[in-house]
Write a protein that binds this ligand. Structure first.
Ligand SMILES: NC(=O)c1ccc[n+]([C@@H]2O[C@H](COP(=O)([O-])OP(=O)(O)OC[C@H]3O[C@@H](n4cnc5c(N)ncnc54)[C@H](O)[C@@H]3O)[C@@H](O)[C@H]2O)c1
Length: 206
């Protein structure tokens, strides 16, 4: 099945499924039902069955899903055979935490290079080398990285976004509060922790 036929909401849940299925596999489990997955992942079991149906007839009634089979299909869709290399711009509080967090352990995404303006340049954090932003365009070209995490102060967000786009970046994970404007060819995912927290509190109250 081609990836572009999978709905966006389904595609967003795939890494969650993939990670959990790998854990089950490592525990020696061979089969799992949508009900078990639903309880573990807090995703409605009808949604899980619908999501999995985009990958063909993977399950049988009363038998459940073959875990290895699911992992195989999801890995292909998520390109997990290849390591996705990512750049990070802004090595402050948040950027440092992300560099120290070992993404590669759970999914094959790796921050390979980071950029900052301050005295952290020329050091490494979590094994990731930090370059001066002056070298941003040169280094992105050299590494052929097309995805960037943006953790600069809000005031620097627009300028850095423009530079990233001009340097060929195709996807930005934006942690700044700034609403970035980019061409249609570039995809931005915005992560706003305060909005997530407010929505959690709202659901608890209602
Ligand atoms: N810390 C959090 O928990 C948190 C949570 C959500 C969102 N954010 C947002 O993430 C961003 C970073 O937050 P923080 O707390 O890490 O800030 P910070 O001030 O600790 O770090 C920002 C880093 O960006 C660097 N920088 C400044 N201009 C730059 C440029 N043009 N290019 C590259 N690097 C540059 C600074 O030298 C600094 O190291 C902010 O926009 C903030 O609003 C932070």
């Amino acid at each position: 099945m081609e990836e572009n036929k999978i709905p966006q909401a389904t595609a967003k849940r795939l890494p969650l499924y993939y990670r959990h299925l790998n854990n089950l596999h490592q525990q020696g489990k061979q089969r799992v039902s949508s009900k078990e997955l639903s309880e573990a992942l807090k995703v409605d079991s009808a949604t899980i069955r619908k999501d999995f149906s985009y990958f063909g007839e993977l399950g049988r009634k009363g038998y459940g899903y073959d875990i290895q089979h699911l992992i195989y299909f999801f890995r292909k869709t998520l390109d997990q055979d290849e390591i996705s290399r990512v750049a990070l711009v802004g090595v402050g509080n948040l950027g440092t935490a992300l560099l120290n967090y070992n993404f590669i352990k759970n999914n094959n995404t790796k921050i390979e290079i980071a950029f900052d303006t301050n005295d952290k340049v020329d050091k490494t954090i979590g094994g990731v080398p930090i370059y001066s932003v002056d070298d941003l365009e040169k280094e992105l070209k050299r590494t052929e990285i097309t995805v960037a995490i943006l953790t600069v102060p809000m005031q620097a967000a627009d300028e850095m976004t423009e530079r990233l786009v001009n340097a060929g970046i195709e996807g930005i994970l934006n942690f700044t509060p700034s609403r970035l404007s980019v061409p249609d060819t570039v995809r931005v995912h915005h992560i706003d922790l305060s909005v997530e927290l407010q929505s959690l509190i709202y659901f608890l109250k209602n």
